[in-house]
Design a protein around this ligand. Sequence first.
Ligand code: PLP
Length: 450
Amino acid sequence: MPSGDRPAQPGDSSGRAPVPVGRPTRLDAYVDRYAARTKGMSASEIRALFSVASRPEVVSLAGGMPNISGLPLDIVGSTLHELVLDRGTEAMQYGGGQGDSTLRAQICQVMRPEGIDAHPDDVVVTVGSQQAVDLVTRVFCDPGDVVLCEAPSYVGALGVFRAYECEVVHVEMDDDGLVPEALRQAIAAVRAAGKSIKFVYTIPNYHNPAGVTLSSARRPEILDICAEADLLILEDNPYGLLGFGRDPDRALRADEADRVVYLGSFSKTFAPGFRVGWALAPHAVREKLVLAQESATLCPPTFSQLAVSSYLATHDWQGQIKQFQETYRERRDAMLDALADQLPSSATWTRPDGGFYVWLTLPEGLDVKAMLPRAVTERVAYVPGTAFYADGFGSRCMRLSYCHPSPERIREGVRRLAGVIQAELELRETFGAALPREPRGYEGPNTDLS
Ligand SMILES: Cc1ncc(COP(=O)(O)O)c(C=O)c1O
């Protein structure tokens, strides 16, 4: 009800209710009314950083923003212009909850190079693959259910799992991705504790944040373990087509249609601003996802879907992806060379074959989160490793992204970062190591992914 309609309270000429005397003013008057699930919601460490990291003098190795300036904006512009002229009334209208059928057929073509043979009926278009993570969690997870995730894992997915009050159990990764034996042990341990695992969430290709890729030898093993344990896999694959000088890896979904929900996105291969992603799901799950999509948004945005569909139909999107691969490869090289030149030998890092990210591990005793304000003062930003763990690990790790800054800026950023790390190491030598932030008594996942 608009406040102007409310009858004036006695003694209050403004019409506002008087604040009862003696009751302290609260910062948030609704604090005791929020649903329990909001306790898990907090601004991600990345978001809190965006305001400082986006200042021009700061080299941001933090955000994962794709290099949109590499797109042919004139061609995209004329595609959108024609879309409005030719199909404007359709593009600006509501659509079906599952998404545009032409786009769903095109999505099946986009997934072909990863060995996926899918029917458009099994595709649900979503508002970025982020919404697909949300919908899958919504239809599968009750509070307290366990989701198995790599250690570390994608911060946006961890936020969703927290919002639905799931328990995240991390599973060790190494240079070849998820470690099969660790997965076996995690499944056994969680079940022995009487808890229910709803799915294994994995990013097999060019992992965010770890930069590693699940080896082809391990893929069938991971599928076998999940089949034996009768577990669903949530395969999140926004970077799969962004490999450097290598063919796309075979998706887990290509060999196991009934046990895998595959998520894809146009955010990294075209543009994130359209917010178009998708889920490819076993038939019955697809039904539930459409119902969940309808209750969440009625339908994915028609305009964005038709824009992406027109772009795919009229533009050499594969050629564009090749250009993106070249740009990102050059930036990856700049970062790896600069790290090798500048960082002390006690630091280790991953060497990605694609995607956007390098995972850096510093010597024991350094606290990367505590170091961040000093780094920003030195005009370089990164994301502290703890953002990518649900359990407080990762305090001597950080994610560095090379997708957005130019190679020169990357080199300069690493030079500044090396200076900050060196100063931290000298402080540690002088005053001793910072207290370890990792929870004690638990061996924890392998944060050293080098
Ligand atoms: C692993 C992973 N999954 C999902 C997403 C969400 O992407 P979008 O919602 O833009 O498709 C991202 C974005 O960075 C990501 O890295």
